[in-house]
Design a protein around this ligand. Structure first.
Ligand code: ADP
Ligand code: MG
Length: 238
């Protein structure tokens, strides 16, 4: 069964058609990377899956449920953005638990989830700090932790490493890969970075102008690109 299924999705902003009749099946437990240049529609697709956009045409299914008209919090997803969007006045612990408290979850369950996420992401020594007292990499780990505590079956990442320096980016890339193995959750990861895509993905969807040009394993895409765009984009670093 597909974990995320997108059927005939079309999205436009005014006269601008950003996604044209897009279909996509993401398998359960798969690490799918959406790779493409800036402006090709990656964030739009991810935001549509997350429920952050109005959809004029098409359907989105998550875990066998049609969520096309569901609110973001009803979709069973967690999302990590490029900018950390942490609450500056809350501690790390407060940031991790905030959404769960709002949902009315029992305190003991909140504590269990927060301590598990903190352990997995090595945030335990930082729980009482505030975001201003953290490095960029630590902040992004808190942002990932906020997605993890929701216990979501599907995690969405929108260029989560783009604001970090090269060394941290490599470290966190390894950490995200480890997280995927450990959790076994479905992950959809947006990037414009070919190396990131080739090292993280089970499969890569290469996007250009709102169209998925090729959907295949990193090896297939690298060795047998279906057209000149894919060959040029994946073959040569920007
Ligand atoms: P990517 O994430 O691949 O860089 P986006 O999905 O953010 O691309 O954007 C795709 C296209 O849609 C771009 O041309 C962008 O300018 C446009 N776009 C995105 N969001 C909006 C919006 N809310 N209103 C109008 N145009 C938008
Ligand atoms: Mg984007």
């Amino acid at each position: 069964m597909s974990s995320v299924s997108i059927r005939n999705l079309q999205i436009s902003f005014g006269v601008l058609n950003v996604l044209e009749t897009l279909d996509l099946e993401v398998e359960e437990g798969e690490f799918l990377v959406l790779l493409g240049p800036s402006g090709c529609g990656k964030s739009t697709l991810l935001n549509a899956i997350a429920g952050l956009l109005d959809i004029a045409e098409g359907q989105i299914w998550i875990g066998g449920r049609n969520v096309t008209w569901s609110e973001p919090h009803e979709r069973g997803i967690g999302m990590v953005f490029q900018s950390y969007a942490l609450y500056p006045r809350l501690t790390v612990e407060g940031n991790l638990s905030f959404g769960l408290k709002m949902s009315g979850m029992p305190k003991a369950e909140i504590a269990r989830r927060v301590s598990e996420a903190a352990r997995i992401l090595q945030l335990e020594p930082l729980l009482q700090r505030q975001p201003a007292q953290l490095s960029g990499g630590q902040r992004q780990r808190v942002a990932i932790g906020r997605a993890l505590v929701r216990d979501a079956k599907v995690l969405l990442f929108d260029e989560p490493l783009s604001n970090l320096d090269a060394k941290l980016r490599t470290e966190l890339r390894v950490e995200i890969k480890r997280l995927h193995k450990r959790l076994g959750s479905t992950m959809i990861f947006v990037t414009h970075d070919q190396v990131e895509a080739l090292t993280l993905a089970d499969r890569i969807a290469v996007m250009h102008k709102g169209v998925i040009q090729q959907l295949a394993t990193p090896k297939e895409i690298y060795q047998r690109p279906v057209n000149r765009f894919v060959a040029g984009f994946v073959g040569s670093p920007q």
